[in-house]
Design a protein around this ligand. Structure first.
Ligand code: ZN
Length: 217
């Protein structure tokens, strides 16, 4: 089980060090615009600065060891107490995503996939996989599926539930081959997500083989 509501420390360290690939970086940047907790952690990592990031690579960090790393600081860096960049609340999409797309949600050209699902291709990651926007009509369910490689889903609007929990705006669900789930959009409003997949999803539900259009956008 690899599901979290915020990126883990290793991912945030990669982001802070500038070594995260483009597609997940776009997601993390968008997440940071919506999540003060993750923003504080990244600011702390950046305050630790180049020397420690050079000395301690993310792969050498055990889970949870970021706290120990940060605990070595004698005093908080000023950057931690500076006001963060104000995020304008009226647009739906977070600033990094709007900058990347050149528009807000109302400018997205959706492609209907049927069953209440629409997609819009975002970028083709150099490292493979897919990055796209996903819209699921309020109350509708995605096909039951599992994954080859990791799938990152960040909620931009609305919310969804699956076997692993409830995800609302700014939350990230990371799933892999150990997760077989059927995300269901919450009632009330359409659920719009930013999705990054390392590999294809595998439909596992009863009607899976009839729903191949979902497998590849
Ligand atoms: Zn999935």
């Amino acid at each position: 089980m690899m599901t979290t509501h915020i990126p883990n420390d290793e991912v945030l360290l990669d982001y802070a060090a500038g070594t995260l690939a483009e597609a997940p970086s776009l997601m993390v940047a968008s997440h940071l615009a919506l999540c003060p907790e993750s923003r504080s952690r990244v600011h702390a990592m950046e305050a630790v600065g180049g020397t420690m990031l050079e000395e301690v690579t993310p792969s050498e960090l055990a889970p949870g060891s970021l706290d120990a790393l940060l605990g070595r600081l004698d005093e908080p860096e000023p950057a931690m107490s500076q006001p963060v960049k104000t995020t304008v609340t009226s647009p739906v999409l977070p600033q990094p995503l709007r900058d990347y797309l050149g528009c807000d949600l109302d400018g997205i050209q959706w492609k209907r996939r049927g069953m209440g699902v629409s997609t819009a291709e975002l970028l083709t990651p150099a490292e493979g996989g897919q990055s796209f926007l996903l819209k699921v009509d309020a109350g509708r369910a995605m096909p039951q599926h599992t994954h080859e490689g990791e799938e990152w889903v960040m909620v931009l609007k609305g919310a969804f539930d699956d076997e692993t929990g409830h995800y609302a705006r700014g939350d990230i669900a990371v799933s892999d081959s150990t997760v077989d789930h059927q995300p269901v959009a919450a009632m009330g409003e359409d659920c719009v997500c930013l999705v990054y997949t390392e590999g294809p999803v595998k439909l596992t539900g009863r009607f899976g083989r009839f729903m191949n259009p979902f497998v590849k956008i």
